[in-house]
Design a protein around this ligand. Sequence first.
Ligand SMILES: *[C@@H]1O[C@H](CO)[C@@H](O)[C@H](O)[C@H]1NC(C)=O
Ligand SMILES: *[C@@H]1O[C@H](CO)[C@@H](O)[C@H](O)[C@H]1NC(C)=O
Ligand SMILES: *[C@@H]1O[C@H](CO)[C@@H](O)[C@H](O)[C@H]1NC(C)=O
Ligand SMILES: *[C@@H]1O[C@H](CO)[C@@H](O)[C@H](O)[C@H]1NC(C)=O
Ligand SMILES: *[C@@H]1O[C@H](CO)[C@@H](O)[C@H](O)[C@H]1NC(C)=O
Ligand SMILES: *[C@@H]1O[C@H](CO)[C@@H](O)[C@H](O)[C@H]1NC(C)=O
Length: 395
Amino acid sequence: MLGRSRLPFVLLAVAVTCAVAQDVPPWTEDCRKSTYPPSGPTYRGPVPWYTINLDLPPYKRWHELMADKAPALKVIVNSVKNMVNAFVPSGKIIQIVDQKLPGLLGNFPGPFEEEMKGIAAVTDIPLGEIISFNIFYELFSMCTSIITEDKQGHLLHGRNMDFGIFLGWNINNHSWVITEELKPLTVNLDFRRNNKTVFKSSSFAGYVGMLTGFKPGLFSLTLNERFSTNGGYIGVLEWLLGKKDAMWIGFIIRSVLENSTSYEEAKNILTKTKILAPAYFILGGNKSGEGCVITRDRKQALDVYELNPKQGRWYVVQTNYDRWKNPFFLDDRRTPTKMCLNRTTQKNISFATIYDVLSTKPVLNKLTVYTALMDVTKGQFETYLRDCPDPCIAW
Ligand SMILES: *[C@@H]1O[C@H](CO)[C@@H](O)[C@H](O)[C@H]1NC(C)=O
Ligand SMILES: *[C@@H]1O[C@H](CO)[C@@H](O)[C@H](O)[C@H]1NC(C)=O
Ligand SMILES: *[C@@H]1O[C@H](CO)[C@@H](O)[C@H](O)[C@H]1NC(C)=O
Ligand SMILES: *[C@@H]1O[C@H](CO)[C@@H](O)[C@H](O)[C@H]1NC(C)=O
Ligand SMILES: *[C@@H]1O[C@H](CO)[C@@H](O)[C@H](O)[C@H]1NC(C)=O
Ligand SMILES: *[C@@H]1O[C@H](CO)[C@@H](O)[C@H](O)[C@H]1NC(C)=O
Protein backbone atom coordinates (compact mmCIF):
# COMPACT_ATOMS: atom_id res chain seq x y z
CA MET A 1 0.00 0.00 0.00
CA LEU A 2 1.17 3.49 -0.78
CA GLY A 3 1.74 6.07 1.88
CA ARG A 4 0.42 9.57 1.55
CA SER A 5 3.62 11.14 0.45
CA ARG A 6 4.51 8.69 -2.28
CA LEU A 7 1.25 8.54 -4.15
CA PRO A 8 1.36 11.98 -5.82
CA PHE A 9 4.95 11.37 -6.82
CA VAL A 10 4.17 8.06 -8.47
CA LEU A 11 1.18 9.53 -10.27
CA LEU A 12 3.28 12.39 -11.51
CA ALA A 13 5.98 10.03 -12.74
CA VAL A 14 3.40 7.88 -14.49
CA ALA A 15 1.74 10.94 -16.02
CA VAL A 16 5.00 12.31 -17.34
CA THR A 17 5.96 8.97 -18.83
CA CYS A 18 2.60 8.74 -20.49
CA ALA A 19 2.64 12.30 -21.72
CA VAL A 20 5.75 11.70 -23.73
CA ALA A 21 4.85 8.21 -24.73
CA GLN A 22 1.19 7.37 -24.94
CA ASP A 23 1.03 7.25 -28.71
CA VAL A 24 4.28 5.42 -29.36
CA PRO A 25 5.43 1.84 -28.74
CA PRO A 26 5.68 0.06 -26.36
CA TRP A 27 2.54 1.78 -24.96
CA THR A 28 0.65 1.20 -28.16
CA GLU A 29 0.98 -1.61 -30.61
CA ASP A 30 -0.22 -2.66 -33.99
CA CYS A 31 -3.79 -4.00 -34.00
CA ARG A 32 -3.65 -7.46 -32.47
CA LYS A 33 -4.63 -10.53 -34.48
CA SER A 34 -5.67 -14.07 -33.58
CA THR A 35 -5.83 -13.51 -29.81
CA TYR A 36 -9.10 -15.47 -29.56
CA PRO A 37 -9.89 -17.91 -28.04
CA PRO A 38 -8.06 -16.16 -25.21
CA SER A 39 -4.65 -17.48 -24.13
CA GLY A 40 -1.19 -16.20 -23.28
CA PRO A 41 0.01 -13.43 -20.95
CA THR A 42 -2.94 -11.02 -21.47
CA TYR A 43 -5.43 -13.68 -20.37
CA ARG A 44 -5.70 -14.15 -16.59
CA GLY A 45 -8.42 -16.81 -16.67
CA PRO A 46 -12.12 -17.63 -16.91
CA VAL A 47 -14.91 -16.01 -14.89
CA PRO A 48 -17.14 -18.32 -12.82
CA TRP A 49 -20.92 -18.44 -13.30
CA TYR A 50 -23.45 -18.10 -10.48
CA THR A 51 -27.23 -18.09 -10.51
CA ILE A 52 -29.18 -15.36 -8.73
CA ASN A 53 -32.71 -16.51 -8.05
CA LEU A 54 -35.09 -13.54 -8.30
CA ASP A 55 -37.87 -15.63 -6.77
CA LEU A 56 -36.07 -15.52 -3.43
CA PRO A 57 -36.70 -12.52 -1.16
CA PRO A 58 -34.04 -9.82 -1.87
CA TYR A 59 -32.40 -10.38 1.52
CA LYS A 60 -31.55 -13.99 0.61
CA ARG A 61 -30.66 -13.75 -3.10
CA TRP A 62 -26.96 -13.17 -2.70
CA HIS A 63 -26.25 -15.59 0.14
CA GLU A 64 -24.81 -18.45 -1.89
CA LEU A 65 -22.53 -16.22 -3.98
CA MET A 66 -21.40 -14.13 -1.01
CA ALA A 67 -20.64 -17.18 1.11
CA ASP A 68 -17.98 -17.99 -1.54
CA LYS A 69 -16.78 -14.44 -2.10
CA ALA A 70 -16.79 -12.91 1.40
CA PRO A 71 -13.00 -13.30 1.87
CA ALA A 72 -12.22 -11.57 -1.45
CA LEU A 73 -14.70 -8.80 -0.66
CA LYS A 74 -13.05 -8.24 2.74
CA VAL A 75 -9.68 -7.80 1.06
CA ILE A 76 -10.89 -4.98 -1.16
CA VAL A 77 -12.98 -3.30 1.55
CA ASN A 78 -9.89 -3.30 3.78
CA SER A 79 -7.72 -1.82 1.04
CA VAL A 80 -10.13 1.03 0.54
CA LYS A 81 -10.25 1.59 4.31
CA ASN A 82 -6.45 1.69 4.43
CA MET A 83 -6.37 4.23 1.64
CA VAL A 84 -8.95 6.40 3.34
CA ASN A 85 -7.06 6.15 6.63
CA ALA A 86 -3.82 7.06 4.86
CA PHE A 87 -5.40 10.33 3.71
CA VAL A 88 -7.35 11.07 6.89
CA PRO A 89 -5.49 9.17 9.60
CA SER A 90 -7.87 9.60 12.54
CA GLY A 91 -10.09 6.67 11.52
CA LYS A 92 -13.02 9.10 11.78
CA ILE A 93 -14.18 8.60 8.20
CA ILE A 94 -14.57 4.85 8.56
CA GLN A 95 -16.35 5.41 11.86
CA ILE A 96 -18.82 7.71 10.12
CA VAL A 97 -19.29 5.23 7.28
CA ASP A 98 -19.98 2.38 9.67
CA GLN A 99 -22.20 4.24 12.09
CA LYS A 100 -23.84 7.03 10.16
CA LEU A 101 -23.83 6.30 6.44
CA PRO A 102 -26.82 3.92 6.34
CA GLY A 103 -28.93 6.49 8.19
CA LEU A 104 -27.63 9.42 6.14
CA LEU A 105 -28.37 7.77 2.82
CA GLY A 106 -31.81 6.64 3.91
CA ASN A 107 -33.72 3.98 2.07
CA PHE A 108 -32.74 2.78 -1.36
CA PRO A 109 -35.60 1.96 -3.70
CA GLY A 110 -36.74 -1.43 -4.93
CA PRO A 111 -34.83 -4.51 -3.89
CA PHE A 112 -31.50 -2.72 -3.34
CA GLU A 113 -31.80 -1.90 0.36
CA GLU A 114 -32.72 -5.45 1.37
CA GLU A 115 -30.15 -6.99 -0.98
CA MET A 116 -27.33 -4.90 0.55
CA LYS A 117 -28.53 -5.78 4.06
CA GLY A 118 -28.46 -9.46 3.12
CA ILE A 119 -24.93 -9.15 1.78
CA ALA A 120 -23.77 -7.34 4.94
CA ALA A 121 -25.27 -10.09 7.08
CA VAL A 122 -23.75 -13.03 5.25
CA THR A 123 -20.28 -11.46 4.85
CA ASP A 124 -20.21 -9.91 8.30
CA ILE A 125 -19.11 -6.58 6.82
CA PRO A 126 -20.82 -3.45 8.25
CA LEU A 127 -23.74 -2.26 6.10
CA GLY A 128 -22.16 1.19 5.70
CA GLU A 129 -19.13 -0.40 4.06
CA ILE A 130 -21.28 -2.53 1.74
CA ILE A 131 -23.18 0.62 0.73
CA SER A 132 -19.88 2.46 0.10
CA PHE A 133 -18.68 -0.44 -2.04
CA ASN A 134 -21.88 -0.08 -4.08
CA ILE A 135 -21.51 3.67 -4.50
CA PHE A 136 -17.84 3.50 -5.43
CA TYR A 137 -18.57 2.11 -8.91
CA GLU A 138 -20.34 5.31 -9.80
CA LEU A 139 -17.02 7.14 -9.50
CA PHE A 140 -13.95 5.33 -10.80
CA SER A 141 -14.68 3.35 -13.97
CA MET A 142 -12.85 4.01 -17.21
CA CYS A 143 -13.95 1.76 -20.03
CA THR A 144 -14.18 1.04 -23.72
CA SER A 145 -17.47 -0.18 -25.22
CA ILE A 146 -18.17 -1.17 -28.82
CA ILE A 147 -21.28 -2.19 -30.76
CA THR A 148 -20.83 -3.52 -34.29
CA GLU A 149 -23.17 -4.58 -37.07
CA ASP A 150 -21.95 -6.98 -39.75
CA LYS A 151 -23.01 -7.15 -43.40
CA GLN A 152 -25.92 -9.45 -42.47
CA GLY A 153 -27.25 -6.96 -39.89
CA HIS A 154 -26.07 -9.10 -36.98
CA LEU A 155 -25.08 -7.11 -33.87
CA LEU A 156 -22.26 -7.73 -31.40
CA HIS A 157 -21.42 -5.80 -28.23
CA GLY A 158 -18.01 -5.82 -26.53
CA ARG A 159 -16.47 -4.00 -23.62
CA ASN A 160 -13.35 -3.67 -21.53
CA MET A 161 -14.02 -2.90 -17.88
CA ASP A 162 -11.20 -0.66 -16.69
CA PHE A 163 -11.44 0.14 -13.01
CA GLY A 164 -9.37 1.37 -10.10
CA ILE A 165 -7.52 4.46 -11.24
CA PHE A 166 -5.86 6.59 -8.51
CA LEU A 167 -6.69 4.00 -5.88
CA GLY A 168 -3.14 2.91 -5.08
CA TRP A 169 -0.34 1.66 -7.31
CA ASN A 170 1.64 -1.46 -6.41
CA ILE A 171 5.23 -0.50 -7.16
CA ASN A 172 6.52 -4.06 -6.79
CA ASN A 173 4.72 -5.55 -9.74
CA HIS A 174 3.40 -2.43 -11.49
CA SER A 175 -0.29 -2.94 -11.00
CA TRP A 176 -3.25 -1.05 -9.59
CA VAL A 177 -4.18 -2.41 -6.18
CA ILE A 178 -7.96 -2.26 -6.62
CA THR A 179 -7.90 -3.51 -10.21
CA GLU A 180 -6.05 -6.62 -9.06
CA GLU A 181 -8.33 -7.15 -6.09
CA LEU A 182 -11.41 -6.96 -8.31
CA LYS A 183 -10.32 -9.89 -10.45
CA PRO A 184 -11.17 -12.58 -7.85
CA LEU A 185 -14.51 -10.82 -7.26
CA THR A 186 -15.49 -10.86 -10.94
CA VAL A 187 -18.42 -13.17 -11.62
CA ASN A 188 -20.91 -13.92 -14.36
CA LEU A 189 -24.46 -13.85 -13.08
CA ASP A 190 -27.50 -15.59 -14.48
CA PHE A 191 -30.56 -13.85 -12.99
CA ARG A 192 -33.51 -16.22 -13.09
CA ARG A 193 -37.23 -16.01 -12.46
CA ASN A 194 -39.34 -19.19 -12.54
CA ASN A 195 -36.10 -20.97 -13.31
CA LYS A 196 -35.74 -19.05 -16.60
CA THR A 197 -33.02 -16.56 -17.45
CA VAL A 198 -34.20 -12.94 -17.23
CA PHE A 199 -30.78 -11.41 -17.90
CA LYS A 200 -27.08 -12.17 -17.62
CA SER A 201 -24.41 -9.88 -16.34
CA SER A 202 -20.73 -9.70 -15.52
CA SER A 203 -20.30 -8.05 -12.18
CA PHE A 204 -18.32 -7.80 -8.96
CA ALA A 205 -19.57 -9.90 -6.04
CA GLY A 206 -21.04 -7.59 -3.40
CA TYR A 207 -22.33 -5.08 -5.95
CA VAL A 208 -26.11 -5.10 -6.50
CA GLY A 209 -26.18 -2.61 -9.38
CA MET A 210 -25.02 -3.66 -12.83
CA LEU A 211 -22.50 -2.23 -15.31
CA THR A 212 -22.49 -4.87 -18.08
CA GLY A 213 -25.28 -7.20 -19.12
CA PHE A 214 -27.74 -8.46 -21.67
CA LYS A 215 -31.21 -9.84 -22.03
CA PRO A 216 -31.04 -12.69 -24.54
CA GLY A 217 -33.01 -11.94 -27.71
CA LEU A 218 -33.73 -8.34 -26.67
CA PHE A 219 -30.86 -5.99 -25.80
CA SER A 220 -27.37 -5.53 -24.37
CA LEU A 221 -26.23 -2.67 -22.15
CA THR A 222 -22.96 -1.31 -20.76
CA LEU A 223 -22.10 1.73 -18.66
CA ASN A 224 -19.05 3.93 -19.17
CA GLU A 225 -18.27 6.69 -16.73
CA ARG A 226 -18.52 10.28 -17.91
CA PHE A 227 -16.46 12.94 -16.18
CA SER A 228 -18.09 16.32 -15.83
CA THR A 229 -17.82 19.26 -13.52
CA ASN A 230 -21.49 18.83 -12.70
CA GLY A 231 -20.53 15.34 -11.65
CA GLY A 232 -21.59 12.47 -9.45
CA TYR A 233 -20.32 14.10 -6.27
CA ILE A 234 -23.00 16.75 -6.54
CA GLY A 235 -25.64 14.09 -7.16
CA VAL A 236 -24.53 12.16 -4.09
CA LEU A 237 -24.56 15.35 -2.05
CA GLU A 238 -28.10 16.13 -3.17
CA TRP A 239 -29.13 12.61 -2.20
CA LEU A 240 -27.61 13.11 1.25
CA LEU A 241 -29.52 16.37 1.57
CA GLY A 242 -32.74 14.53 0.93
CA LYS A 243 -33.39 15.14 -2.76
CA LYS A 244 -34.02 11.57 -3.81
CA ASP A 245 -35.69 11.88 -7.19
CA ALA A 246 -32.66 10.66 -9.16
CA MET A 247 -31.50 7.06 -9.73
CA TRP A 248 -28.06 5.64 -8.96
CA ILE A 249 -26.53 4.63 -12.31
CA GLY A 250 -25.71 1.02 -11.51
CA PHE A 251 -29.22 0.62 -10.11
CA ILE A 252 -30.98 1.98 -13.19
CA ILE A 253 -29.02 -0.45 -15.35
CA ARG A 254 -30.01 -3.32 -13.11
CA SER A 255 -33.67 -2.23 -13.28
CA VAL A 256 -33.61 -1.93 -17.06
CA LEU A 257 -31.97 -5.34 -17.44
CA GLU A 258 -34.41 -6.90 -15.01
CA ASN A 259 -37.65 -5.27 -16.07
CA SER A 260 -37.52 -3.66 -19.54
CA THR A 261 -38.93 -5.79 -22.32
CA SER A 262 -37.57 -4.17 -25.49
CA TYR A 263 -34.72 -2.12 -26.91
CA GLU A 264 -37.07 0.85 -27.38
CA GLU A 265 -38.29 0.73 -23.79
CA ALA A 266 -34.74 0.49 -22.47
CA LYS A 267 -33.64 3.39 -24.65
CA ASN A 268 -36.53 5.51 -23.50
CA ILE A 269 -35.82 4.92 -19.81
CA LEU A 270 -32.07 5.46 -20.17
CA THR A 271 -32.64 8.68 -22.09
CA LYS A 272 -35.21 10.22 -19.74
CA THR A 273 -34.71 9.08 -16.14
CA LYS A 274 -32.93 11.53 -13.84
CA ILE A 275 -29.67 10.01 -12.66
CA LEU A 276 -27.23 10.80 -9.88
CA ALA A 277 -24.07 11.05 -11.99
CA PRO A 278 -23.31 11.79 -15.65
CA ALA A 279 -22.81 8.64 -17.75
CA TYR A 280 -22.62 7.00 -21.14
CA PHE A 281 -25.10 4.19 -21.73
CA ILE A 282 -24.15 1.92 -24.60
CA LEU A 283 -27.24 0.02 -25.71
CA GLY A 284 -27.54 -2.63 -28.42
CA GLY A 285 -30.69 -4.35 -29.70
CA ASN A 286 -31.46 -7.48 -31.69
CA LYS A 287 -31.70 -6.17 -35.24
CA SER A 288 -30.05 -3.92 -37.81
CA GLY A 289 -29.63 -0.30 -36.73
CA GLU A 290 -30.39 -0.97 -33.06
CA GLY A 291 -27.28 0.31 -31.34
CA CYS A 292 -26.59 3.64 -29.69
CA VAL A 293 -24.49 5.61 -27.27
CA ILE A 294 -26.58 7.80 -24.97
CA THR A 295 -24.54 10.66 -23.50
CA ARG A 296 -26.16 11.75 -20.26
CA ASP A 297 -25.86 14.56 -17.84
CA ARG A 298 -27.76 14.14 -14.61
CA LYS A 299 -31.06 15.47 -15.93
CA GLN A 300 -31.21 14.65 -19.63
CA ALA A 301 -29.62 13.10 -22.70
CA LEU A 302 -27.20 15.45 -24.44
CA ASP A 303 -26.78 13.21 -27.45
CA VAL A 304 -28.01 9.86 -28.80
CA TYR A 305 -25.62 8.55 -31.43
CA GLU A 306 -26.92 5.58 -33.39
CA LEU A 307 -25.70 2.94 -35.78
CA ASN A 308 -26.55 3.79 -39.34
CA PRO A 309 -25.39 0.92 -41.53
CA LYS A 310 -26.97 2.39 -44.69
CA GLN A 311 -24.65 5.36 -44.36
CA GLY A 312 -21.65 3.20 -43.53
CA ARG A 313 -21.76 3.70 -39.76
CA TRP A 314 -21.45 0.01 -38.88
CA TYR A 315 -20.04 0.54 -35.39
CA VAL A 316 -20.26 2.87 -32.41
CA VAL A 317 -17.37 3.23 -29.95
CA GLN A 318 -17.41 4.91 -26.56
CA THR A 319 -14.59 5.46 -24.07
CA ASN A 320 -14.87 8.18 -21.40
CA TYR A 321 -15.08 11.37 -23.46
CA ASP A 322 -17.90 13.06 -25.36
CA ARG A 323 -17.70 12.08 -29.01
CA TRP A 324 -17.82 15.71 -30.18
CA LYS A 325 -14.73 16.54 -28.13
CA ASN A 326 -11.15 15.31 -28.37
CA PRO A 327 -10.23 12.71 -25.78
CA PHE A 328 -7.95 13.84 -22.96
CA PHE A 329 -4.49 13.84 -24.56
CA LEU A 330 -3.07 11.36 -22.05
CA ASP A 331 -5.90 8.92 -22.57
CA ASP A 332 -6.85 8.32 -26.17
CA ARG A 333 -8.30 4.83 -26.46
CA ARG A 334 -10.88 5.99 -28.97
CA THR A 335 -8.57 6.43 -31.95
CA PRO A 336 -6.88 3.01 -31.68
CA THR A 337 -10.25 1.29 -31.17
CA LYS A 338 -11.65 2.88 -34.31
CA MET A 339 -8.48 2.32 -36.28
CA CYS A 340 -8.47 -1.40 -35.46
CA LEU A 341 -12.19 -1.73 -36.24
CA ASN A 342 -11.57 0.01 -39.56
CA ARG A 343 -8.78 -2.43 -40.33
CA THR A 344 -10.90 -5.42 -39.35
CA THR A 345 -13.61 -4.30 -41.79
CA GLN A 346 -17.32 -4.94 -41.48
CA LYS A 347 -16.97 -8.22 -43.38
CA ASN A 348 -14.74 -9.88 -40.78
CA ILE A 349 -16.40 -8.76 -37.56
CA SER A 350 -16.87 -11.50 -34.94
CA PHE A 351 -16.24 -12.21 -31.24
CA ALA A 352 -12.68 -13.07 -32.31
CA THR A 353 -11.96 -9.78 -34.04
CA ILE A 354 -13.66 -7.68 -31.34
CA TYR A 355 -11.54 -9.47 -28.75
CA ASP A 356 -8.50 -8.61 -30.92
CA VAL A 357 -9.43 -4.91 -30.80
CA LEU A 358 -10.02 -5.01 -27.04
CA SER A 359 -6.62 -6.71 -26.61
CA THR A 360 -4.67 -3.95 -28.36
CA LYS A 361 -2.76 -1.54 -26.13
CA PRO A 362 -3.75 1.01 -24.87
CA VAL A 363 -7.36 -0.19 -25.27
CA LEU A 364 -6.06 -2.99 -23.04
CA ASN A 365 -4.16 -1.40 -20.15
CA LYS A 366 -3.27 -1.90 -16.49
CA LEU A 367 -6.78 -0.95 -15.38
CA THR A 368 -8.51 -3.60 -17.47
CA VAL A 369 -10.23 -6.11 -15.20
CA TYR A 370 -12.23 -8.05 -17.78
CA THR A 371 -13.34 -8.18 -21.40
CA ALA A 372 -16.98 -9.07 -22.07
CA LEU A 373 -18.48 -10.16 -25.41
CA MET A 374 -22.23 -10.29 -26.00
CA ASP A 375 -24.33 -11.62 -28.86
CA VAL A 376 -27.96 -10.80 -28.11
CA THR A 377 -29.39 -12.68 -31.08
CA LYS A 378 -27.54 -15.92 -30.43
CA GLY A 379 -27.73 -15.53 -26.65
CA GLN A 380 -23.95 -15.82 -26.21
CA PHE A 381 -22.26 -14.10 -23.28
CA GLU A 382 -18.54 -14.50 -22.57
CA THR A 383 -16.27 -12.80 -20.03
CA TYR A 384 -12.50 -13.11 -19.67
CA LEU A 385 -10.19 -11.81 -16.94
CA ARG A 386 -7.32 -9.77 -18.38
CA ASP A 387 -3.75 -8.87 -17.55
CA CYS A 388 -1.48 -6.35 -19.19
CA PRO A 389 2.13 -7.33 -18.45
CA ASP A 390 4.92 -4.76 -18.86
CA PRO A 391 5.49 -2.85 -20.96
CA CYS A 392 1.93 -1.64 -20.60
CA ILE A 393 0.43 1.76 -19.95
CA ALA A 394 -1.15 2.40 -16.55
CA TRP A 395 -4.51 3.41 -18.14
C1 LIG B 1 -10.54 -12.26 -39.87
O1 LIG B 1 -10.20 -12.31 -38.48
C2 LIG B 1 -9.51 -13.48 -38.08
C3 LIG B 1 -9.36 -13.44 -36.55
O2 LIG B 1 -8.47 -12.47 -36.12
C4 LIG B 1 -8.17 -13.53 -38.78
O3 LIG B 1 -7.48 -14.71 -38.42
C5 LIG B 1 -8.41 -13.52 -40.28
O4 LIG B 1 -7.18 -13.43 -40.97
C6 LIG B 1 -9.27 -12.33 -40.71
N1 LIG B 1 -9.65 -12.45 -42.10
C7 LIG B 1 -9.45 -11.48 -42.98
C8 LIG B 1 -9.93 -11.76 -44.37
O5 LIG B 1 -8.93 -10.42 -42.66
C1 LIG C 1 0.68 -7.88 -7.88
O1 LIG C 1 0.81 -8.15 -6.52
C2 LIG C 1 -0.42 -8.21 -5.81
C3 LIG C 1 -0.12 -8.32 -4.32
O2 LIG C 1 0.79 -9.31 -4.07
C4 LIG C 1 -1.23 -9.39 -6.34
O3 LIG C 1 -2.46 -9.46 -5.66
C5 LIG C 1 -1.47 -9.17 -7.82
O4 LIG C 1 -2.19 -10.26 -8.37
C6 LIG C 1 -0.17 -8.96 -8.57
N1 LIG C 1 -0.50 -8.55 -9.92
C7 LIG C 1 0.14 -8.98 -10.99
C8 LIG C 1 -0.32 -8.47 -12.30
O5 LIG C 1 1.10 -9.75 -10.92
C1 LIG D 1 -34.32 -25.48 -13.52
O1 LIG D 1 -34.00 -25.82 -14.88
C2 LIG D 1 -32.93 -26.73 -15.02
C3 LIG D 1 -32.68 -26.95 -16.49
O2 LIG D 1 -32.76 -25.74 -17.17
C4 LIG D 1 -33.28 -28.04 -14.31
O3 LIG D 1 -32.17 -28.92 -14.39
C5 LIG D 1 -33.61 -27.77 -12.86
O4 LIG D 1 -34.06 -28.96 -12.24
C6 LIG D 1 -34.71 -26.73 -12.74
N1 LIG D 1 -34.87 -26.37 -11.35
C7 LIG D 1 -36.06 -26.20 -10.80
C8 LIG D 1 -36.06 -25.83 -9.35
O5 LIG D 1 -37.10 -26.34 -11.41
C1 LIG E 1 -38.64 -5.20 -11.29
O1 LIG E 1 -40.04 -5.21 -11.21
C2 LIG E 1 -40.56 -5.92 -10.07
C3 LIG E 1 -42.06 -6.01 -10.23
O2 LIG E 1 -42.59 -4.73 -10.42
C4 LIG E 1 -40.13 -5.19 -8.82
O3 LIG E 1 -40.59 -5.87 -7.69
C5 LIG E 1 -38.61 -5.16 -8.79
O4 LIG E 1 -38.18 -4.41 -7.65
C6 LIG E 1 -38.05 -4.51 -10.05
N1 LIG E 1 -36.62 -4.69 -10.05
C7 LIG E 1 -35.75 -3.68 -9.99
C8 LIG E 1 -34.30 -4.02 -9.97
O5 LIG E 1 -36.08 -2.51 -9.97
C1 LIG F 1 -36.34 -8.57 -30.95
O1 LIG F 1 -36.98 -7.78 -29.95
C2 LIG F 1 -38.37 -7.63 -30.12
C3 LIG F 1 -38.86 -6.74 -29.00
O2 LIG F 1 -38.19 -5.53 -29.04
C4 LIG F 1 -39.08 -8.97 -30.08
O3 LIG F 1 -40.46 -8.79 -30.32
C5 LIG F 1 -38.47 -9.86 -31.16
O4 LIG F 1 -39.01 -11.16 -31.04
C6 LIG F 1 -36.94 -9.95 -30.99
N1 LIG F 1 -36.36 -10.66 -32.09
C7 LIG F 1 -35.64 -11.74 -31.92
C8 LIG F 1 -35.05 -12.33 -33.15
O5 LIG F 1 -35.42 -12.23 -30.83
C1 LIG G 1 -12.27 4.92 -39.59
O1 LIG G 1 -13.03 4.93 -40.81
C2 LIG G 1 -13.93 6.05 -40.89
C3 LIG G 1 -14.79 5.82 -42.14
O2 LIG G 1 -13.99 5.56 -43.25
C4 LIG G 1 -13.13 7.32 -40.95
O3 LIG G 1 -14.01 8.44 -41.01
C5 LIG G 1 -12.32 7.43 -39.68
O4 LIG G 1 -11.48 8.59 -39.72
C6 LIG G 1 -11.44 6.19 -39.48
N1 LIG G 1 -10.85 6.32 -38.14
C7 LIG G 1 -9.61 5.91 -37.85
C8 LIG G 1 -9.14 6.20 -36.48
O5 LIG G 1 -8.90 5.33 -38.64
